[in-house]
Ligand binder design. Structure first.
Ligand SMILES: [Zn+2]
Length: 288
């Protein structure tokens, strides 16, 4: 059960934001949303761009105040096929801001050129772990690694909010953005499915013009090939286990010790490459 914040406990007047409420302008969002100005930047972009809709996926109370997990949906123009919906998740580990920065830059690009997202609703969750992000820690306020908590009955509010979104949205694909301080290059998890690999490989090839790809035989304790890992830790953020047909799912990792700017640029290129590859497969399937 997700706890909604108690405005009295916050010591502030007013009613806390509810699930689905449109995110307020950056100037007014001081009580429950932004631990920093990163999601304020998303809010500003949503206010400027008619294609981008900002809401709160959910709120929860922790450490005597209210926290929110925002969501921003970019609605691309139609392309003649059924609109596909992809979920993008960043800052599940609060000390990995590159993925969120990449999403912001990508959305800025799409705001200027919406046709790049034709056929897609891109649902972005730029701050999945707001209490971790506030203290720049991997773990949340309870000291837990949220990326080991999914689909195993977690009591963590962040996980319950995000699991609810994953059920409600029924994404066609899920992309999680992370950064690894033990890797000197880009890599990703394809979860043992060829389709995922077919999206991840072109993303790695495109993004390695900015940062090198990690070509070690073992990455993060798993066997890897050309930066692609097919296994994964249990409990990572993923589509609902019973969702059919299975959405694609990818974890894209940037090397956390490299400059943030380069990580964000590489991840942004990867996002665009994955969308292009997916569009190619959809178009091909329609013509079979
Ligand atoms: Zn991570």
């Amino acid at each position: 059960m997700v706890q909604l914040a108690d405005p009295v406990a916050q010591g502030k007047p007013g009613i806390p934001p509810r699930v689905g409420e449109r995110l307020r302008p950056a100037s007014a969002q001081d009580e429950a949303t932004a631990p920093d100005d990163l999601d304020a930047s998303f809010g500003r972009l949503a206010n400027e761009c008619p294609n981008l809709i900002g809401t709160l996926a959910g709120t929860f109370a922790a450490e005597g105040r209210s926290h929110a997990i925002p969501s921003f949906t970019f609605r691309g123009p139609g392309d003649g096929f059924a609109q596909r919906r992809i979920g993008f998740f960043a800052l599940l580990h609060g000390d990995e801001p590159a993925g969120s920065t990449a999403l912001l830059r990508w959305l800025e690009l799409l705001a200027a050129e919406p046709a790049l997202a034709a056929g897609y609703d891109l649902v972005c969750y730029p701050v999945c772990n707001p209490t971790g992000y506030a203290r720049r820690s991997r773990h949340n306020h309870a000291g837990l690694d949220l990326n080991r908590e999914f689909w195993r009955g977690s009591e963590q509010a962040e996980v319950q909010i995000l699991e609810g979104e994953l059920r409600k949205q029924q994404f066609d694909g899920v992309i999680a953005l992370h950064a690894d301080d033990t890797s000197d290059g880009l890599y990703g998890y394809a979860h043992g499915r060829v389709f995922n690999e077919n999206l991840l490989r072109p993303a790695l090839r495109a993004s390695e013009r900015v940062l090198p790809c990690n070509r070690r035989a073992v990455i993060d304790g798993f066997t890897a090939c050309e930066g692609v890992i097919t296994e994964c830790f249990p409990g990572v953020l993923a589509p609902p286990p019973d969702q059919q047909p299975r959405p694609f799912e990818i974890i894209f990792e940037t090397p956390a010790l490299m400059p943030l700017d380069k990580q964000a640029e590489a991840a942004q290129i990867a996002l665009h490459a994955m969308l292009s590859a997916h569009r190619g497969f959809i178009a091909h399937a329609q013509h079979l």
